[in-house]
Design a protein around this ligand. Structure first.
Ligand code: NAP
Length: 327
């Protein structure tokens, strides 16, 4: 095929985004259960920089060796069949080609471009499956922290679609309340509010049945404190990077639950995963989900792409186009 190999973004020494640089490598050889994907776009997450710094990659579940090729979510074309797919590559996605497990690839319907598919693939799957961990009564209040993010906005939309009457969004001060209400929030709080009393006030008389927390730290602790009887807090991220303390004994009154969620633990539910993706892709094609415009960077700009993911109040995904700077 390509005798000159392919362009990638590669890390050769542990550290921050400055340790990533463009490089050329031979095309990956797919293993027995793998397929080769020509990558059209790869999603960049702020956790990619954490993976570069610590080696711990949440999208592969591995502590990565050096040299490391980040990039866990891709959209592209199967080289063997020409079919459009999205795939959880775990790593190696910031490249023109990636070898991925065939079971990690999902077809993308005709007419849906790679950017739109990536805007809902992992965030939408996460949101859809998160809402199956605990099912609150329709009259309970549900709290969504990190509500402006890709997962948070889709959680608001799904909660509104299922008729949840009280949805409290905890969000960046820079994103308009109007926008969050349009997505389905019935109350909007800001990260810097004194969260525990603010959550109680926002929920009013409704018991807080479910807290979906991606921030960790004080937001998680406030979420546990306000949970109602039989309520559940699901921790699925730690964007604040601040540790939280939860005392099991404090969960006894009210028979409350604190649990975790990791997408990779749910992907063996193939039919459910396919069903959620089919619905998401249909809704994007129908214009019912309108993803915010992404920021797209070439491989030589990989450090700038990582910096863009750290910008607070950002809406829309950050993507790599690995062909952009080809001459
Ligand atoms: N457990 C799983 O399987 C799973 C799957 C997907 C995602 N996640 C996690 O879910 C969280 C949200 O993911 P996403 O795809 O929605 O991310 P995203 O689109 O990049 O949004 C990030 C969200 O986190 C907030 N945030 C708070 N502190 C931040 C910081 N220091 N740096 C960057 N963002 C910060 C942002 O708030 P502002 O609006 O103020 O910027 C924003 O709401 C992440 O923690 C991610 O790791 C977990």
């Amino acid at each position: 095929m390509d005798v000159d190999g392919m362009a990638v973004a590669m890390q050769t020494a542990r550290g921050g985004r400055e340790t990533l640089a463009p490089a050329r490598l031979p095309l990956p050889e797919p293993g027995p259960d793998q397929i080769l994907v020509r990558v059209h776009r790869a999603a960049v997450n702020f956790t990619d920089e954490r993976a570069c710094r610590t080696g711990l990659n949440h999208l592969s579940g591995r502590v990565e060796d050096l040299p490391f090729l980040p990039g866990g979510e891709i959209a592209g074309t199967r080289v063997d069949t020409g079919e459009a797919v999205v795939a959880l590559s775990g790593s190696g996605g910031f490249a023109q080609y990636a070898a991925v497990a065939e079971s990690a690839a999902h077809p993308v319907p005709a007419g849906l471009d790679a950017e739109s598919a990536l805007s809902v693939f992992v965030p939408g799957l996460t949101a859809g499956l998160l809402l199956e961990v605990a099912e609150p009564d329709k009259g309970d209040a549900v709290v969504v922290s990190g509500a402006t993010g890709a997962v948070g906005t889709l959680l608001l939309r799904l909660l509104a679609a299922r008729g949840q009457r009280h949805v409290v969004a905890v969000a960046s001060p820079t994103v308009s309340e109007q926008r969050l209400r349009a997505l389905g929030a019935t109350a909007v709080l800001r990260f810097d509010d004194d969260l525990e009393p603010a959550l109680r006030q926002a929920a009013g008389d409704a018991p807080i049945g479910l807290v979906l927390d991606s921030m960790g730290g004080p937001a998680l602790e406030a979420g546990v404190a306000v949970l109602g009887r039989h309520g559940t807090l699901v921790s699925y991220g730690s964007s604040s990077d601040v540790p939280a303390t939860v005392t099991p004994r404090a969960l006894i009154p009210g028979s409350r639950t604190v649990t975790g969620f990791w997408l990779l633990d749910h992907l063996d539910r193939r039919e459910r995963v396919s069903g959620i993706l089919t619905d998401l892709f249909r809704d994007v094609l129908a214009g019912e989900i309108r993803p915010d415009r992404p920021q797209v960077f070439g491989l030589p700009e990989v450090q700038t792409a990582l910096a863009a993911t750290a910008e607070r109040g950002r809406t829309g995904r950050v993507l790599i186009d690995p062909w952009r700077d080809e001459t």
